[in-house]
Design a protein around this ligand. Structure first.
Ligand code: GLC
Length: 441
């Protein structure tokens, strides 16, 4: 019943959003299916900011460094050890099904050979090469979907009105000709990237600086979809995207979106930085599980150095995450969000037909775990990736009342995973929950 209600609400929500935009909700659900099943993506912030290890673009905008000094980093950007096949192997090893890379950040430096201007690592840095094409080729060989991050904001382009945090070049409403020149430029780059690389996913950023009318967001969407009809577009396009992108902070209650993705850094910065506040594999895995349990994806960021190498700590996180994913694959990939809050004190997921429930136990948890309000009969409980079978015990069931008892499952220490243990619970039929307030009926 609960599954049906959630499904109906999702449908109504999806229809409401997409009918405004003449997008057929059935088509959109088909288009979004690989994304809904993917669960994990790897975000890559590659840029000249890695040379000094400073904030990506924001460092000059916020005046931590002068613009000229910021741009001097171009001459230190070499990519001399760039190995896109290794990157793609590592991403595959992590278990991720897609990856999103910066084609241009707010600093305006294109990471590919743009023909719309000169500011690119191809024309202005010793790297002298396009980073994007070889990376996408390697991803595609491994069946990993390719995403292009593109900043709408371009603080370097002379026709872009914003520049430093407290100074603007001009006001759009007072000089529409100039703004139109910028629109031609950025929309030209979008067409170019769309044709050159055919991204499976577009990840816009910076839409907050202008309205949908000013960006011509609807037109941007149609430029992309006319050349690349199956492309997915993230939500940072003033209402013209396909899914929501909460950033860094985990939502406490389950987000009310059809599709969403938490983007998160592996330390506290997007690009390569002198920052040792690394998240541990345990933290990353528990956050990942929490996201998936709430029906979302995790887009986990790494920031390579200017020579194209990836910091060891990030490699370690990706490998540990990958090993955990391989052991627990069926509980994560191609599942749907789990039990609503209150039935189990922890994350959970469900098979698409909701006849299998997966419970996630943080840390080296042992002893009894408990499920409330489960009307189903349990056919079997196993510890995933370990094979141990456990015996559930039903407590407090009144024989003549339809209200279910509490299910206790005792987990032995020997079954615990070093990060997150997963219990697989095979149900007798699709999940059915009691949501009432107790009492005798
Ligand atoms: C923010 C920042 C940007 C970063 C992005 C990633 O929007 O402006 O620097 O690339 O988050 O989500």
């Amino acid at each position: 019943m609960k599954t049906i209600v959630v499904f109906a609400l999702t449908l109504i929500f999806t229809q409401a959003v997409y009918s405004q935009k003449n997008i057929d909700p059935k088509d959109i659900r088909e288009k979004m299916q690989w994304f809904a099943d993917a669960k994990l993506g790897i975000f890559i912030h590659a840029g000249i900011y890695a040379v000094n290890g400073i904030d990506e673009s924001w460092s000059f905008h916020n005046k931590k460094i002068g613009y000229a000094d910021y741009m001097k980093q171009l001459s230190g950007f070499t990519l001399k050890k760039y190995d896109p096949a290794y990157w793609a192997d590592l991403i595959r090893e992590s278990g991720a099904r897609y990856s999103v890379i910066t084609t241009k950040h707010h600093d305006g430096v294109a990471m590919y050979d743009t023909h719309m201007g000169d500011l690119s690592i191809v024309k202005k840095s010793p790297a002298r090469r396009d980073m994007i094409k070889p990376f996408f080729e390697e991803l595609r060989k491994r069946n990993i979907k390719c995403g292009a991050y593109y900043s709408l904001i371009d603080w370097s382009d002379n026709n872009y009105p914003g520049f430093l945090k407290d100074s603007a070049r001009y006001v759009v409403s007072k000089d529409y000709d100039r703004w139109n020149r910028f629109r031609k430029f950025f929309q030209g780059q979008i067409s170019e990237i769309n044709t050159l690389f055919k991204p499976d996913l577009w990840w816009f950023d910076g839409d907050w600086e202008h309205s949908g009318e000013e960006w011509e967001a609807q037109k941007v969407r149609s430029i992309i979809l006319s050349g690349n009809p199956q492309a997915i577009i993230n939500g940072r396009l003033q209402g013209w995207g396909d899914y929501e992108t909460p950033e860094q902070n985990f939502p406490v209650s389950r987000p009310n979106f059809s599709w969403w993705e938490l983007c998160m850094t592996s330390n506290d910065n997007w690009g390569f930085h002198h920052d040792n506040n690394w998240k541990t594999p345990y933290e990353v895995i528990t956050i990942f599980v929490d996201v998936v349990s709430n029906g979302g994806n995790l887009l986990l960021d790494i920031g390579p150095r200017e020579d194209g190498t990836i910091p060891e700590e990030q490699i370690h996180i990706l490998k540990e995450l990958g090993a955990w994913n391989r052991k627990h694959e069926e509980s994560i990939f191609s599942t749907v969000g789990g039990l609503p809050q209150g039935h189990f004190y922890g994350p959970s997921t469900l098979s698409k037909d909701s006849t299998t429930l997966y419970l996630f136990l943080h840390g080296r948890q042992e002893g009894p775990v408990m499920i409330k309000g489960l009307k189903n009969k349990i056919e079997e409980v196993t510890v995933l990736g370990n094979g141990t079978k456990l015996q559930p015990k039903v407590v407090g069931k009144i024989s003549w009342s339809p209200i279910p008892g509490l299910v206790y499952i005792d987990v032995p220490a020997s079954a615990a995973d070093k990060y997150v243990t997963v219990l697989k619970i095979k149900l007798d039929r699709p999940l059915s929950l009691y949501r009432g307030q107790g009492g005798l009926q």
